[in-house]
Design a protein around this ligand. Structure first.
Ligand code: GEK
Length: 241
């Protein structure tokens, strides 16, 4: 585990929108662990499902890999059966992955690319993981990326998608957000830290409803959608081609 996240201890002093810069990279593991209920379970689910669905000789993608936690689950599951391509557009995240995973990079099991996933090539894939990343793309980019993923998957291939969501009813969204804030408070974040992070994420992390995600996947032609996890306003789905 890296450094403790104290970025918003004094509020959003810079007033800048949230970005995945060096400062965030250094505290990222602590930040995501204390902020996303069920995050560690998603990593275990990714490992399990990757074991079940990997087709030898295909590609496996981790889109928006951050510090490679999901990549690590994929490496554990696949033991070299497929090539893993992990992509992030944050310079500091990808540099850190290059150090952390130097052994697996040398053996050719994984390749880290510093790239905008909107422009990445996805081919011959049996598994694509997007663990809490689609939410940072524009709605148009989401649709285009999901289509590219669908096209790049082999028949029977899977997409594991985790996202923060909101609900159709504002009342329910507010209720669940309030419980989520209690979860963060119980993990040591102050009221000021919680509200400052929320403000800095405004317009950067844009949620959709569960129905919007399901509808998009169905429209694209995914033959099945399975909810693998649901924790407050955080969901993990598996879509199969
Ligand atoms: C995990 N999946 O630990 N292109 C590439 N990367 C992007 C883009 C983009 N357009 N937009 C955002 N990112 C990880 C956690 S974190 C989730 C993912 C969170 C990257 C961004 O740089 C960051 O590293 C990651 O997506 C989101 O399983 O912080 O809530």
């Amino acid at each position: 585990m890296g450094k403790q996240d104290k970025i918003f201890e004094e509020g959003n002093v810079s007033g800048l929108p949230f970005s995945f810069n060096q400062e965030v990279t250094e505290v990222f593991e602590d930040m995501i662990d204390r902020s996303v209920p069920g995050y560690n379970t998603t990593l275990r689910i990714i490992q399990q499902q990757a074991k079940n669905h990997c087709v030898d000789g295909t590609n496996v993608y981790d889109l928006g890999c951050s510090l490679g936690a999901s990549t690590s689950s994929l490496l554990n599951a696949l033991s070299g059966r497929s090539k893993i391509i992990a992509i992030d557009n944050s310079d500091s995240m990808v540099r850190s992955c290059a150090e952390r995973f130097s052994d697996s990079i040398k053996t050719g099991q994984v390749n880290f690319l510093k790239e905008d996933i909107s422009h990445s090539e996805i081919v011959n894939a049996s598994i694509v993981v997007i663990n809490f990343v689609l939410q940072f793309l524009s709605i148009k980019e989401r649709a285009e990326l999901m289509q590219k993923i669908y096209q790049g998957l082999v028949p029977g291939g899977i997409l594991i998608l985790s996202e923060k969501i909101h609900f159709d009813s504002k009342k329910r969204t507010d209720e669940i957000s309030c419980i989520h804030h209690s979860f963060k408070a119980a993990n040591g974040y102050s009221k000021l830290e919680i509200s400052s992070k929320r403000d800095s994420l405004e317009g950067v992390l844009v949620t959709e409803t569960e129905f919007q995600h399901l509808d998009r996947a169905k429209e694209l032609g995914f033959k099945s959608s399975t909810k693998l996890m649901s924790n407050l306003n955080f969901l993990t789905y598996m879509f199969q081609k």
